[in-house]
Design a protein around this ligand. Sequence first.
Ligand SMILES: [Zn+2]
Length: 257
Amino acid sequence: MLKKLLLLVLVNISISGVSQENITLTYTGNMGVYLSDGDSSVLIDGLHTKYGDDYLFPTKKLINRIHAELQPNLILFTHRHGDHFSIQLSKDYLISNKKAFLFGAHQITKNFDDFKNRIFTIATKDYKKQTTTQGNIKITGLKINHAGKRHINIENVGYIITLSKRRILHVGDTNWMREINLFDQLQLQNENINIAVLPYWMLMDDNAEALIKKHINPKQIVATHISPRIKEKELQSLKNRYPAVHFLTKLEEQIQL
Ligand SMILES: [Zn+2]
């Protein structure tokens, strides 16, 4: 009897130990991810509207679910492009969840003067990492240049989220950008990244495996920004090249991390 009881206690301890560290990632379209440990939660690039046929966006039903059920404590944005961010949806959310905070570069936060004490601006003058703590969540923001010459004036920021001892990196719309030695300047390789959320084109580089290992060194990779119109053959060849990578293509699909 005593043995049985002891076994039961041990099993319970190990189950609660596991569940405390479990993180769920829920896909919300394009580069949108909702991260939750069941207690605290963050939504990154999760509030935007239809931008074109190549960008998956959260439906009205999913937006309602974000308001009523998911209720992220923090809403973070990498940059102002319409496939990542909507001013109106963000204001609606800050009004509906009075405890929520918003993070972004100045091009984002300048739109929220009415919510002043609930807004954090990530500076983009250099690559310095800027860290804040909100409840159980640690948020580090840093400048990461937007890919493409025509977007040179877009302030793109990346985030490292620490949630239940996991470190999740989200880089926004960037690329390897060797012409400015971007990833040498970011210094992410010693940040103990568990999960890297990347736009899928960063995986298409001929040297992607080596670049990821050298500059980010994550335990897991989540690929996003995949067009709903991508050719099945192209997606399949990427999946074949990267059998361990999670390729997100369906709204509300979940990964346990
Ligand atoms: Zn963009």
